[in-house]
Design a protein around this ligand. Structure first.
Ligand SMILES: [Zn+2]
Length: 220
């Protein structure tokens, strides 16, 4: 297990903050990074002293402008590396996340800007996640919906997957999913809110938990 750095904490808080109406607690951060609450509390204290976040004991935390800028900077490095590893080195979309988790901390701005230029200033990584530009601006995002919210009887195009689990990414590959793949929503079981989708000639029952990692736009 690689060591969890200050940048990992800032990135995790940024990602947790992006859920609407959700204040971020020490427990949320500890769970996301799979570290102890004690270690997290200590880091939160330090980050707050260094001006990266505001923390109030019973209200949770939020990143300052400095914190957000740092998070977007790490995310940019991560996503540019993922794209490079897939497009140039031919790695699969399941393989690149773990590598990018390491490279995102050790790459100079100089090298990232060279990679960005080489890749012709890409806007999305191999999982459909937006790449912030060097000023921290995100490209305009499509109006994606997660699979549990896709309507039965309609066709949708896959535009984004959550990439944090290699096992899950391998499963998506196994059932024939890739970015821009069009699938048909066959039915939804009210019993557990799982969704049956058709990919090519095959149908698969996707649990709600797995389905929440897939994002689509309607294919018209
Ligand atoms: Zn990733």
């Amino acid at each position: 297990m690689p060591t969890i750095s200050k940048e990992d904490y800032i990135k995790a808080i940024y990602q947790l903050e992006s859920y609407p109406d959700k204040s971020v607690s020490t427990t949320d951060v500890a769970n996301k990074l799979e570290v102890s609450k004690a270690a997290t509390s200590e880091m939160v204290q330090r980050l707050s002293e260094q001006g990266f976040l505001n923390y109030e004991k019973y209200r949770g935390m939020s990143l300052t402008e400095d914190g957000k800028r740092t998070a977007l900077h790490v995310i940019r490095r991560h996503r540019i590396w993922e794209l490079f590893l897939v497009d140039v080195l031919g790695l699969t979309w399941s393989e690149v996340h773990a590598e990018a988790e390491i490279l995102e901390h050790s790459t100079s701005d100089f090298l990232i800007e060279r990679l960005d230029k080489y890749l012709r200033h890409p806007k999305f990584d191999p999982h459909g996640e937006p790449i912030p530009d060097k000023y921290g601006n995100l490209p305009e995002l499509p109006d994606w919906v997660s699979l549990p919210k896709c309507e039965v009887g309609k066709s949708y195009r896959l535009v984004k997957v959550t990439d944090s689990s290699k096992e899950l990414m391998d499963y998506f590959t196994e059932i024939g999913l890739s970015l821009n793949k069009v699938v048909m929503i066959v039915s939804r079981l009210s019993y557990d809110n799982s969704t049956i989708i058709q990919v090519g000639n095959d149908s698969f029952n996707i649990s709600e938990k797995i389905a929440s990692n897939l994002f689509f736009i309607e294919d018209v």
